[in-house]
Design a protein. Structure first.
Length: 178
């Protein structure tokens, strides 16, 4: 029998001072059995950074042809493709043909090696690549509860989180802006 995902309910009070974006997000996030809490929270952070009306989580690891997060237009064209992790260059090349904008958020301890190996090929593509520090994502994962209320304030290249279990800040750096 296949393992089922773990479901998390998040209520996020989001303030993005750079974009003048203020919203309350009620998200249901499914953690795939093979997914770590760190990866799940990196997805949540990427969602908050890019929050907009039509942004949604996809089936994620269960659907290899889809990104982790996307926004589609009313006529079902992909307007934003977001991958979290260290995707292959070929995958991102295909994404640039399918979507108007593509963003990658790398987050784990192998991120520097992944970027060093693929940077030249990524430079040929119209894609934005960002790196979350592994220590910041680990700190964010310590705040997780199955049902959570989060306050998230984004200013510059840093997101400030406050939850019942504590607070943390996660900064990111752009590796490439496409």
């Amino acid at each position: 029998m296949a393992l089922k995902p773990t479901i998390y309910k998040l209520k996020i009070d989001l303030v993005d001072t750079d974009r003048d974006f203020y919203d309350t997000l009620n998200l249901t996030v499914a953690q795939h059995p093979s997914e770590t809490l760190e990866r799940m929270m990196a997805r949540v952070l990427a969602f908050c950074i890019n929050a907009e009306e039509y942004l949604v989580f996809t089936k994620g690891l269960c659907a290899v042809e889809e990104p982790d997060i996307w926004a589609c237009t009313l006529d079902d064209r992909i307007s934003l493709w977001i991958d979290v992790g260290e995707p292959a260059v070929e995958r991102i090349r295909k994404a640039t043909r399918l979507s108007a904008a593509v963003r990658v958020y790398s987050f784990n301890s192998k991120s520097d090696t992944w970027w060093a190996q693929g940077q030249e090929k990524f430079n040929e593509l119209p894609v934005s690549v960002f790196q979350f520090p592994w220590e910041g994502i680990q700190a964010l994962a310590t705040l997780v509860k199955r049902t959570m209320n989060l306050s998230v304030t984004i200013s510059g290249d840093t997101a400030y989180f406050a939850a019942a279990k504590g607070e943390c800040a996660v900064a990111w750096r752009p590796l490439q802006v496409g």
